[in-house]
Design a protein around this ligand. Sequence first.
Ligand SMILES: Cc1cc2nc3c(=O)[nH]c(=O)nc-3n(C[C@H](O)[C@H](O)[C@H](O)COP(=O)(O)O)c2cc1C
Length: 213
Amino acid sequence: MLSLNASPSSLTEEVRIADVVRTSMNSNRPLFIPVILGTVRVGRMSQHVARLMCGEIDKRAGVETELIDIAQMPLPISDAGEAIKNADFAAKMERADTLVIVSPEYNHGYSGLLKHVLDSCLKEYIHKPVGIVGVSAGPFGGTRVIQNLLPVMRELGLVTIFWDVNFSSVQNVFSSDGLLLDTSYIRRIEKFLNELVWMAATLRYGREQISLG
Ligand SMILES: Cc1cc2nc3c(=O)[nH]c(=O)nc-3n(C[C@H](O)[C@H](O)[C@H](O)COP(=O)(O)O)c2cc1C
């Protein structure tokens, strides 16, 4: 995307960035974008959100996705961190080019079990972008849980994007069987995914082509 009034130096810079993304997008394998469903609660509305996110990702060319349900992960609670690494989850985090985390807001925070799962990996996350989707029964769309997740993401080596998706009053957004009732969310998800995919392609290029020195 070139702007007409760009100065020669910024024009060069934009061409370079566009080339970077194009090269990365065209290279070998599709971008892998798993969606982590961040609660184990029976009756969780976040499940509908996570499925919707996977469906919207799946519509795009050049990407692959998978829903990772933390309720299906047999992690022990007798220890924490990389000591309890799950081989399957770690392999998916290693393969991932970016993550989508769907997190409900529980007393303005995230589920303890989501944190337990995320803590089980570390090097697998480094220099990969993450987008957060907040889900709440109240009117703020999980903004407070997203704020609380930001420092955790940073410590894990993930790079947060500047778009979120906020599902407010989620009980009114989906029917009880998961049908999306408010289709205005599709446009918001599209903007979020545009940014996430750009970041995923750019950081993949960086990880593969640019040494840290
Ligand atoms: C322990 C607990 C704490 C909660 N705290 C909040 C809250 O701080 N703000 C809010 O808007 N909703 C809160 N909720 C409601 C959830 O946001 C609501 O259940 C929503 O559907 C997302 O969570 P779910 O995926 O578990 O359904 C809370 C729910 C639980 C179980």
